[in-house]
Design a protein around this ligand. Structure first.
Ligand code: NAD
Length: 472
């Protein structure tokens, strides 16, 4: 007889593995099916973690080249050992993915290595068929199924990704030499992060973006300032332009680029092209149509606020249901979904999920942008503080950027925060916590911030909401 579980999670990325661990913690007999051969999904294997390893290595190289001298440190000629840099990145990934295997063992989650499919939707005893990585067919039954299959790279018509000359984010993590020229299609998160890595290591980077601005989901002022900073660092931008074709040949890639609003095409050449125009839900081969699971018109799995699909006992979380395609959003959905399956209550505040871009300086945003507040007709106050006026940023030699806090004009409640600056992703978390507790800007302003710290810029921005910043 097929082994039976309370919960089978399909997909072992940040949403899926966290859901499995939490479900097991709550006493549910849980299995997680994953076909990559390693846990952690895109994020740990070919996304967040390897890119951060390369961002850190390339940042150190950049600092050695451009910042050390100002600190009175002479290093002579600094050289890159790309194989060592890549091996270190791979090692960081391995430490993280094997760490999850350990957590599965510790929490008694059964790790099924293979591709899972809903073979039969049957209330209380759904059947999951698995083709194991070593070619066996297995079958399990489960009370609950959690779909956590994530997303895949959105392809561009007219462009074939070969992961050598025309790469996705995956190939951009494994280039075996530093390209002389790199064209990035898409000025979103991946484009700017991976563009930064290769620019720092010596490539001439041109980013081609369909819209008239970079980082479309971020606050307008942040977008403008970040573009200026990246241009000063040497990144080039071609905005309001679309790539209609890219042909790879021995001597490099030739792209056809047209103005987005129409007009004559021009030819652009590059050694390597990175396609980073977004991600789409991954639902292939899951047996969803046969199980009767409804998809949205954009091919996401349709799920309600309790992650329940239209088929009882089949839940879905993370990138596959849409919303912000972020690992931490998926993780929180995984926890909430597990708690709901265990009969508890759970809730996610989607207004307090920070988005971070790990360029240097970093970019971080949470809550509403000024554009969104204006469009919704919300009266708000703005407090802003530049890092040039923060003593620690000066001491560090990292003064690019600012903190901006948006608060309700009447209640003073924090509605959003937008930061360009050193460690912006860490700094924004105190605002996230504040927003979770319904903080007013005054609450942040009256919280004693240790000196000398970058976080004092957050406090000063909060003070500035009430026009009483001290250091500017
Ligand atoms: P994105 O949605 O962040 O950006 C894609 C960009 O491509 C947009 O600016 C869009 O206007 C542009 N674009 C779309 N079609 C185009 C075309 N034909 N020509 C030129 N430009 C075009 O997508 P991404 O950077 O590929 O990232 C994918 C997902 O992964 C995102 O949801 C992102 O949030 C997530 N991610 C997050 C992080 C992080 O949290 N630090 C890092 C990497 C990826």
């Amino acid at each position: 007889m097929a082994e039976s579980f309370d919960v089978i999670v399909i997909g072992g990325g940040p949403g899926g593995y966290v859901c499995a661990i939490r479900a097991a913690q709550l006493g549910l007999k849980t299995a997680c099916v994953e076909n990559r051969g390693a846990l952690g999904g895109t994020c740990l294997n070919v996304g967040c973690i390897p890119s951060k390893a390369l961002l850190q290595s390339s940042h150190l190289f950049d600092e050695a080249n451009h910042a050390f001298a100002g600190h009175g440190i002479k290093v002579g000629k600094v050289e890159i050992d790309l194989p060592t840099m890549m091996a270190r990145k791979d090692d960081v990934v391995k430490q993280n993915t094997t760490g999850i295997e350990f957590l599965f063992k510790k929490n008694k989650v059964t790790y099924i290595k293979g591709t899972g499919r809903i073979a039969k939707a049957a209330r209380g005893a759904h059947e999951i068929a698995v083709k194991t990585l070593d070619g066996k067919d297995e079958s399990y039954t489960t009370k609950y199924v959690v779909l956590a299959t994530g997303s895949e790279v959105t392809p561009l018509p007219g462009i074939t990704i070969d992961e050598k000359q025309i790469v996705s984010s995956t190939g951009a993590l494994t280039l075996d030499k530093i390209p002389k020229s790199l064209v990035v299609i898409g000025a979103g998160v991946i484009g700017l992060e991976m563009g930064s890595v290769w620019r720092r290591l010596g490539a001439e980077v041109t980013v081609i973006e369909y819209l008239d601005f970079i980082l479309p989901s971020m606050d307008g002022e942040v977008r403008k300032q970040m573009q200026r900073i990246l241009e000063r660092q040497g990144m080039k931008f071609k905005l309001g332009a679309k790539v209609t074709k890219a042909v790879a040949a021995k001597g490099g890639v030739t792209l056809s680029v047209e103005p987005a609003k129409g007009g004559a095409a021009e030819e652009v050449k590059a050694d390597v092209v990175l396609v980073a125009v977004g991600r789409r839900p991954y639902t292939a081969g899951l047996g969803l149509a046969e199980a009767g699971v409804t998809l949205t018109n954009r091919s996401f799995v349709q799920a309600d606020e309790n992650f329940q699909t239209n088929v009882e006992g089949i839940f879905a979380i993370g990138d596959v249901i849409g919303g912000q395609m972020l690992a931490h959003k998926a993780e929180d959905e995984g926890v909430a979904c597990a708690e709901l399956m265990a009969g508890q209550t759970a809730h996610i505040n989607y207004d307090a999920i920070a988005g971070v871009v790990y360029t240097w300086p970093e970019v971080a945003g949470i809550g509403k942008t000024e554009e969104q507040l204006k469009e919704a007709g919300v009266a708000y106050k703005t407090g802003k503080f530049p890092f040039t006026a923060n003593s620690r940023a000066r001491a560090n030699g990292d003064t690019d950027g600012f903190v901006k806090i948006l608060a309700d004009a009447t209640t003073d409640r924090v509605l959003g925060c937008h930061i360009v600056g050193p460690a912006a992703g860490d700094l924004i978390m105190e605002v996230a916590l504040g927003m979770e507790f319904g903080a007013a800007a005054e609450d942040i302003a009256r919280t004693c911030h240790a000196h000398p710290q970058l976080g004092e810029a957050v406090k000063e921005a909060a003070l500035s909401v009430d026009k009483r910043a001290i250091h500017i």
